[in-house]
Design a protein around this ligand. Structure first.
Ligand code: SF4
Ligand code: SF4
Length: 368
C-alpha cells in the first residue's frame, strides 16, 4: 500500500477501461434517464420541469453545491450475507462487485490530499470485502476516523469471529442497522433469524466495550421505517430503543439515527408492487422542509463506488447519477489529477425529497 500521490502513468493504468456514463446535451445522464422518467438528472442548477426537487429548491432560492469535503463514504462492494427488503443497494450473497486494493491505494492518497476527517465504509456488508482489514488500517494510518456500517449479523458468521477485536484495535466507530427492537419487525424486513443474530452481535460488541455511556468505542444504531411512512421522532425512538434493548437483552448503545427510506432500489420496487409508490412520493414532496437543505450530507461528502466512480451520495450512486465536472463524470483518478470540487453542482432528482422531508434524513440521522 502506498499513500503517496500517484504519477500520471499510474493514474492512466489505474483508471477502469469501461466507458464513463454518457451525457446528453442538457447534461443529463443517459443511463439514469433510461431508468425512469422520474429520475431525470440535473447537472447544474438549472430548473427542469420534471425535477420537482430542483423546483422546490429554486422556490426557496437554494441551489445545491459542494462545500469543503471532509467525509469519504466508500461503498466497498455489493456483496452481503442478507437480502433486506428495504435495501437501496440491492445487495446480496450473489453480488460480485468488490472494491480492489488498487482503488483503495488511490483513495488513501485522496484522503491525505483532501485532509479527509472521516471515512465511512459501507456496502453490502463491508466486512465481506476480502481486503477490508487492510483498507481500515490504511485509512487509520493517514489519520482518518473510520466508520463501518455493519449489518451486525456478519459479525457472528463463521470466519468473522475476530472482527470485533479488530474493530476495538483500530478504534472503529460502528454504525449498525437495527430497524426495530422487536423480532417480528426485524425478521419481516431483513429475513428469518436476523434479529437473534443482531442481538448476539450487539451483546458481543458491548462485552468488547462498545456502546457504553461515556466510552470511547462508539456504537450507534440505525432505524428506518418498514413501509411508506416517515420515521418517528429520533429522540423519542432512541429512548424506546434504549429502554427495550436494555430490559430484554441487556444491550446498550450510544445514539439512534432515524433514516427515511428513499424511493429507490428494492424498497421502491416493493412500494410499486403494493401500489403505494405514488402516495409515498407525494408524502415526501408534501413534507419538504427548507430548513434541512443547508445540512444535507451531500454538500461535504464524496461517495465512491466499488469501481472508483465519484457520486454526491450513496443514493445517487445507486441511481447512476455521477458527480461531474464540465459535463464529465468524475472518477477518483480525476480527483488525484485535480481535487477541486468545492462549488461543483450536486446532482439531484425527485428521490432527494427523501432527505428533506420532515426533520430531514442523512446517514447520520435527522438533520433538524
Ligand atoms: S440493507 Fe444492508 S444488510 Fe440489508 S441487504 Fe442491503 S446492504 Fe445488506
Ligand atoms: S439523495 Fe439526499 S444526499 Fe443525495 S444528492 Fe439528493 S439530497 Fe443530497
Amino acid at each position: 500500500m502506498s499513500s503517496a500521490p500517484l504519477k500520471e502513468q499510474e493514474l492512466k493504468e489505474a483508471r477502469p477501461e469501461f466507458d464513463r456514463p454518457e451525457f446528453d446535451r442538457s447534461g443529463r445522464s443517459k443511463t439514469a434517464a433510461n431508468h425512469s422518467e422520474k429520475r431525470l438528472v440535473v447537472v447544474g442548477s438549472g430548473v427542469q420541469e420534471e425535477n420537482h426537487f430542483v423546483r422546490a429548491l429554486s422556490d426557496h432560492s437554494f441551489e445545491l453545491r459542494k462545500t469543503k469535503v471532509d467525509t469519504l463514504q466508500i461503498n466497498v462492494g455489493k456483496m452481503c450475507n442478507l437480502t433486506c427488503q428495504h435495501c437501496h443497494v440491492e445487495a446480496g450473497p450473489n453480488r460480485t462487485e468488490i472494491m480492489t486494493p488498487s482503488t483503495f491505494d488511490q483513495l488513501f492518497a485522496l484522503a491525505e490530499r483532501l485532509e479527509i476527517k472521516t471515512v465511512d465504509l459501507t456496502g453490502g456488508a463491508p466486512e465481506m470485502n476480502p481486503d477490508f482489514k487492510n483498507f481500515v488500517r490504511g485509512f487509520r494510518k493517514v489519520g482518518c476516523e473510520v466508520i463501518v456500517r455493519s449489518n451486525l449479523t456478519i459479525l457472528v458468521e463463521p470466519g468473522y469471529e475476530d472482527y470485533i477485536d479488530f474493530f476495538v484495535e483500530q478504534g472503529i466507530h460502528v454504525i449498525a442497522s437495527l430497524p426495530c427492537y422487536t423480532e417480528g419487525a426485524v425478521d419481516a424486513q431483513r429475513g428469518d433469524g436476523v434479529f437473534d443474530a443482531s442481538i448476539k452481535a450487539l451483546q458481543l460488541l458491548n462485552e468488547a466495550g462498545y456502546g457504553r455511556e461515556n466510552g470511547k468505542l462508539l456504537l450507534d444504531l440505525v432505524y428506518n421505517p418498514g413501509g411508506a411512512s416517515l420515521p418517528a421522532a429520533q429522540n423519542e425512538l432512541e429512548l424506546s430503543y434504549k429502554k427495550e434493548l436494555m430490559k430484554h437483552f441487556d444491550v446498550s448503545f450510544n445514539s439512534l439515527y432515524t433514516i427515511t427510506n428513499l424511493p429507490i432500489g428494492r424498497f421502491y420496487s416493493d412500494l410499486k408492487k403494493q401500489g403505494t409508490a405514488e402516495v409515498y412520493d407525494q408524502l415526501l414532496r408534501d413534507s419538504f422542509n427548507p430548513q434541512t437543505v443547508s445540512k444535507l450530507m451531500c454538500a461535504n461528502t464524496l461517495n465512491i463506488s466499488w469501481d472508483g466512480w465519484v457520486y454526491d451520495c450513496d443514493f445517487n450512486q445507486m441511481l447512476e447519477l455521477p458527480m461531474s465536472r464540465e459535463q464529465k463524470a468524475l472518477h477518483v483518478c480525476d480527483l488525484l489529477e485535480s481535487d477541486e470540487v468545492e462549488g461543483l453542482a450536486i446532482a439531484t432528482g425527485n428521490h432527494c425529497f427523501g432527505c428533506t422531508a420532515g426533520t430531514g434524513s442523512s446517514c447520520g440521522g435527522e438533520l433538524v
